[in-house]
Write a protein that binds this ligand. Structure first.
Ligand code: ADP
Ligand code: TYD
Length: 210
């Protein structure tokens, strides 16, 4: 059954401005009368938030890429069951800061070619893709310096360094071509309000067209 809601994910390298832009988009859509929830991955439900702490803290080599695929997918399944699907069924717009494309990149690409394993587990346990994916594209050096300036304990992936960010940027742009029906690519290297205006225009076009 096709749900009544509309599912938007935001993707991009660390520090590209996703959480800044998701918050602004939520407010803008609410001002237009939409019922919106903003959520994030890993996390977005109590169980998935517990898994978040496991995967984002500690040494970069704490988990293998294969183990991470299982942990991120377990978190996503809980998030989907308890937060995303109920909101879509209630006709809401769901904005999610990262979703399965992050696993395709960070686990599927970063430490060997595990994309097939990610896709197979996704088909088995998740099975849905966003209606719209906003890719905030950004120079990796700038993204990393923005991300590290936040100074949080959740720096496991930032600690893989700039070479990972370079590979992720390239991978996300390739993914946008692979799934060009749902991706829009936004230039993140501009003022926050310029980026936000672009994000809102693209989102409204897709919402109006559905
Ligand atoms: P992400 O969620 O993609 O990691 P954030 O939204 O947390 O990125 O942004 C990372 C940092 O960069 C934050 O300190 C934020 O205030 C800042 N920032 C976000 N967008 C811009 C922008 N367009 N120009 C300059 N700084 C920005
Ligand atoms: P996030 O909190 O969005 O970090 P940032 O604001 O720095 O972009 O995500 C934390 C990290 O988790 C990020 O480095 C990417 C990683 N991640 C994966 O490796 N796989 C996944 O499936 C997801 C959702 C995130």
């Amino acid at each position: 059954m096709k749900s009544q809601g509309f599912f938007i994910s935001f993707e991009g390298i660390d520090g590209s401005g996703k959480s800044t832009q998701t918050k602004i988009l939520k407010e803008s859509l609410e001002a237009l009368g939409y019922d919106v929830i903003l959520t994030r991955e890993p996390g977005g439900s109590p169980g998935a938030e517990e898994i978040r702490a496991l995967v984002l803290q500690g040494d970069p080599d704490r988990w293998s890429a294969q183990t991470e695929i299982l942990l991120f997918t377990a978190a996503r399944r809980d998030h989907l069951e308890r937060t995303i699907q109920p909101a879509l069924d209630a006709g809401k717009v769901v904005i999610c800061d990262r979703f399965a494309d992050s696993t395709r990149m960070y686990q599927g690409l970063s430490r060997g070619d595990l994309r097939d394993a990610v896709d197979q587990l996704h088909a088995l346990m998740i099975g849905i893709e966003p209606d719209l994916t906003v890719l905030i594209d950004m120079d990796p050096a700038e993204g990393l310096s923005r991300a590290l300036s936040r100074n949080t304990v959740e720096e496991r992936f930032e600690d893989f360094g700039e070479s990972l960010q370079v590979a992720m940027r390239k991978g996300f742009l390739a993914l946008a071509e692979e799934f060009d029906d749902r991706f829009v690519v936004i230039d993140g290297a501009r003022q926050i309000d310029q980026v936000a205006a672009d994000v809102l225009a693209q989102t409204r076009a897709r919402l109006d067209a559905r």
